[in-house]
Design a protein around this ligand. Sequence first.
Ligand SMILES: C[S@@+](CC[C@H](N)C(=O)[O-])C[C@H]1O[C@@H](n2cnc3c(N)ncnc32)[C@H](O)[C@@H]1O
Length: 213
Amino acid sequence: MERQPEPEYMDLADEADAYAQADFADVNAAFAERLAELTENRPAWALDLGCGPVDIPIRVAALRPAWHIAAVDASWAMLALAPNPPVLVHRIQADAKRLPVPDRVFDVVFSNSILHHLPNPEPFWQEVRRISRPGTLILVRDLFRPESRAAARALVDHHAGTESPLLQEEFYRSLLAAFTPEEAREQLAMANLKGLEVTTITDRHIDIWGRLG
Ligand SMILES: C[S@@+](CC[C@H](N)C(=O)[O-])C[C@H]1O[C@@H](n2cnc3c(N)ncnc32)[C@H](O)[C@@H]1O
């Protein structure tokens, strides 16, 4: 099935509200725990790309209190939904493809569900490489594109059958906009991101992860 790109930023207030109200507690906790498994709690500069309502970086901060964490999203509608966190997370409104930070500053770069929003992922990966240094831990999780629309619809029914119609439609469009594991591997090769690998972790998710060589 061919990729059907979807709008890049989630900057409509209704869309951001619907997203923030959905129950992503389990998947977000699983992401934070996976990141914690791959890292240690010692001082580090960490960055979340496409942080949405900031739930994941807040969870990460609770598991990794020694880190300085910045959270970037292009959508202020999303960033504005962040609760007052019990931990410090710096929110930054910026495009993940053109970050207002110098080269080679981050020890950890993570991201959940931004990749399928990007019309062309190449500038995103180049920016990830620019802001990272040798040894930086990268964890980018996203959906992967099923083989057919029917398979995408079945995933929506199975995993989001009780969510709002708006969120179900978002999920369906996101599956159609996602990349296949093979396409993700090609993106890493094109951006010369050595040391990263692509692992299928569920019936709908891949992890692109590793330490930069
Ligand atoms: C599906 S949401 C995921 C939010 C969050 N990571 C989570 O897992 O809850 C994708 C987010 O990426 C943001 N986004 C998309 N393209 C972006 C870009 N180029 N730069 C920054 N943020 C972007 C959208 O505005 C949206 O908030």
